[in-house]
Design a protein around this ligand. Structure first.
Ligand SMILES: NC(=O)c1ccc[n+]([C@@H]2O[C@H](COP(=O)([O-])OP(=O)(O)OC[C@H]3O[C@@H](n4cnc5c(N)ncnc54)[C@H](OP(=O)(O)O)[C@@H]3O)[C@@H](O)[C@H]2O)c1
Length: 333
C-alpha cells in the first residue's frame, strides 16, 4: 500500500510503498478516505516529541471505510463508514490515562496511508451530516477540546469563556462547542483576520495577543472569565491568571510557548482558581463529543484540504501558523 512515511529527523514525508498491515483477531483495517494533521505531527517531525521512532506513518486523525475485520470482530463493521478514536488504551480510570496509553500515529503507524489498523473498540460511525474530510478533522482535536471544556472545566451555559490562540485546531473546536453550549466566548490570536473569522463563528470579540495592551483591552471588552482554554502556556500564562474571574477555571492541554514562568501563587489561592491540565480523552468523552457534534450539527472548521502528494506543503502551513482550522489530507488512493 502507499503511505506517507517519515524516515528521519526533520525529513520531509515521502510517499512510499509499504506492507499492508496484518490484522490481529480484534483489529480492523480501515481504508482511509481522509486524514488530518495535528501540531503533534509537526513536533514529531521536528524531534520534539517523546518516543520517536523511524520510519513511521504519521496521522492520528482518520475517516474511511472498514475493509477487513479480524476473526473476533463483529462483521457488522465491514463496509461501514467510520472515524477512529486515536486515544488508545486509556484504561479504567476516567480521571487519568493509564501507563499503557498511546496515540495513533506514534508509536503505531497512523492514518496517512491507504489503510490504517486499529482495534475495533476505537471505531465509531462517521457522523451522517459530515463528509469524510470533515469527519477526519474531528478525532484528536475534537476530543481534546471536548474533555478540556466539559469534562475538566465543567463549562456551563452563559459562562464567560476565553479561548487563547484561536488559530489552533483544538482551540477552534473549543470555540464551536462553547458557542453551541450557549457561553459568551472571546478569543485571542496573533492575527486580526482570525479574530474576525472567530466572530463569524459566534465569538463575541477578541484581541491580538501580539499587542502590548491585549490584557487590558480584553478586560475592558469582557471583564473577567469563568473558563479559560489555553495551549500556549509559557510566559503568557500569568496573564490568564490575571484574566480569570474569582473561582474560575484555567484548563490547558499544550505548552506551545514553553514553561510557565513567574506565576504568582498568591493570585491563584486568593482568587480560588482551578488550574487544570487535560490530555486527549476517554472513550466516554469521545462518544459524548460525537453526540454533541451530532446534536448541534456542528461543521468542523477546515482550513484547507490538501492532496496526498501535498502533505509537506500542508505541514509547512502549520509550521507558519497560517491555518485557521484543520489541515486535512484527502486520501484517494
Ligand atoms: N494534551 C493533548 O492531548 C493535546 C492535544 C492536542 C494538542 N496539544 C498541544 O496543544 C498545542 C496546540 O495544538 P493544535 O494541534 O491545536 O495546534 P495548531 O493547530 O498548530 O495551533 C497552534 C496555535 O497556537 C496558537 N499560539 C501560538 N503561540 C501562541 C501564544 N503565544 N499565545 C496564544 N496562542 C498561541 C496560535 O494561534 P493563532 O494562530 O490564533 O495566533 C496557533 O495557531 C500544541 O502544543 C499541541 O502539542 C495537546
Amino acid at each position: 500500500m502507499k503511505a506517507l512515511v517519515l524516515n528521519g529527523l526533520k525529513e520531509p514525508l515521502t510517499i512510499s510503498e509499504v506492507d499492508k498491515p496484518v490484522l490481529k483477531e480484534d483489529e480492523v483495517l480501515v481504508k482511509i478516505k481522509a486524514a488530518a494533521f495535528n501540531h503533534r505531527d509537526k513536533w514529531i517531525q521536528e524531534g520534539l516529541y517523546a518516543g520517536i521512532k523511524y520510519p513511521i506513518i504519521l496521522g492520528s486523525d482518520g475517516a474511511g471505510i472498514v475493509a477487513e475485520t479480524g476473526s473476533s470482530v463483529d462483521k457488522k463493521w465491514l463496509n461501514q463508514e467510520v472515524i477512529i478514536n486515536p486515544s488508545f488504551n486509556w484504561g479504567n480510570n476516567d480521571k487519568a490515562q493509564s501507563k499503557d496509553f498511546r496515540i495513533l500515529g506514534l508509536p503505531d503507524n497512523g492514518t496517512l496511508g491507504e489503510y490504517a489498523l486499529c482495534k475495533a473498540e476505537y471505531l465509531y460511525k462517521k457522523p451522517e451530516h459530515l463528509s469524510f474530510e470533515e469527519s477526519a478533522a474531528i478525532p484528536l482535536a475534537g476530543l481534546t477540546a471536548y474533555r478540556a471544556l466539559f469534562t475538566r472545566a465543567a463549562t456551563q451555559p452563559r459562562e464567560k469563556v476565553l479561548i487563547n490562540g484561536i488559530g489552533g485546531g483544538v482551540a477552534l473546536f473549543a470555540l464551536q462547542y462553547a458557542v453551541a453550549e450557549g457561553c459568551e466566548v472571546y478569543v485571542t490570536s496573533s492575527s486580526d483576520e482570525k479574530i474576525e473569522k472567530a466572530k463569524f463563528l459566534g465569538a463575541y470579540g477578541g484581541v491580538n495577543y501580539k499587542t502590548t495592551s491585549w490584557v487590558d483591552d480584553l478586560k475592558a471588552m469582557a471583564g473577567g472569565f469563568d473558563v479559560i482554554v489555553d495551549s500556549a502556556a509559557g510566559e503568557g500564562f500569568k496573564n490568564l491568571v490575571e484574566l480569570a474571574n474569582p473561582g474560575g477555571r484555567i484548563v490547558f492541554y499544550g505548552a506551545t510557548t514553553g514553561t510557565i514562568k513567574e506565576l504568582d501563587p498568591r493570585r491563584i489561592f486568593w482568587k480560588q482558581l482551578n488550574i487544570l491540565g487535560s490530555t486527549m480523552g476517554t472513550q466516554k468523552d469521545f462518544e459524548q463529543m460525537l453526540s454533541f457534534i451530532d446534536q448541534h450539527k456542528l461543521l468542523p472548521v477546515i482550513d484547507k484540504v490538501f492532496a496526498f502528494n501535498e502533505a509537506n506543503e500542508a505541514l509547512d502551513r502549520m509550521r507558519k501558523s497560517e491555518q485557521f482550522g484543520k489541515i486535512v489530507i484527502k486520501v484517494d488512493l
